[in-house]
Design a protein. Structure first.
Length: 263
């Protein structure tokens, strides 16, 4: 082999080694970046879950405070809590949405082969399930939107069919989405909104009719076969809040509450 041929081979080998080294370095940087992102995802998930816990505590405290006929808290301190809850809800929704987008992007970076799930895949999927369970519950708690919650749970269960929590949450949401005569019978005159929520679940905010000038309020719950059941509230000064005065299992479409009979 001549000197020129030998030199050409050496140059080719050097180029190949250099290219391999570049690829190795690039892969190492990518792996390092993904490791850092996973650590950040875990940290941010813990922070968001902590914020959810604090929001639940504030909501529970706010639900029991005395209110005026227009629904606003009577005490200045309680009004401040209401403002804090609204701010926290907005901030949490934004942070949760951002976390969800990052989780989807992170999951999209995994490479699958015939050997099964790649390392780290199951943990990332489980975090996504944790987050989607919390988001679905928020849609229910905050606005009574079972339809949206069910969509979220069904989508994630397709990715994580082994998570029994998703299945249980789906069963519960489907059961609570439509009111039944048996559950509706639990609502009695004199109950507070907290009592009604415990019996029937959160009402969809689009199905709430408020008439503060008349100190009346109506909640409408959909029935599986169509139509709606209604719970009518009136404001009672002595209890400093709204209480049930009438119910109607066959209310039909949302309509104004009937006049409250003063007892």
């Amino acid at each position: 082999m001549g000197a020129r041929a030998t030199a050409a081979i050496v140059v080719a080998l050097l180029v190949a080694v250099s290219a391999g080294g570049c690829r190795d370095a690039a892969e190492q940087r990518a792996e390092s970046a993904r490791a850092q992102e996973w650590a950040a995802l875990q940290r941010d998930k813990r922070t968001i879950d902590g914020e959810r816990g604090e929001l639940r505590r504030l909501r529970g405290r706010l639900a029991a405070v005395p209110i005026a006929a227009d629904g606003t808290p009577l005490a200045a301190g309680d009004a401040a809590i209401a403002r804090e809850v609204a701010l926290r809800e907005e901030r949490l929704a934004a942070r949760s949405s951002h976390l969800g987008d990052r989780l989807v992007h992170y999951l999209g970076g995994f490479v699958h082969d015939a050997g099964g799930s790649p390392p780290g895949w199951n943990a990332a999927v489980r975090m996504k399930s944790d987050e989607d369970l919390a988001v679905a519950q928020e849609w229910i708690d905050r606005g009574g939107d079972y339809r949206r919650a069910i969509e979220i749970l069904e989508t994630q269960r397709a990715l994580d069919p082994g998570d029994e929590r998703l299945t249980q949450a789906l069963v519960r949401a489907r059961e609570m989405r439509f009111v039944t005569p048996e559950r509706f019978a639990r609502v009695q005159a004199g109950m507070s909104p907290i009592d009604v929520r415990a019996a029937l679940g959160p009402v969809n905010l689009r199905e709430v009719l408020r008439r503060p000038a008349e100190q009346l309020e109506a909640w409408y719950y959909p029935k599986r076969g169509g139509g709606k059941a209604a719970v009518y509230f009136r404001y009672e000064e002595g209890r400093r809040g709204y209480v049930v005065y009438q119910t109607d299992l066959a209310a039909g479409a949302s309509r104004p509450a009937p006049p409250a009979q003063v007892s």
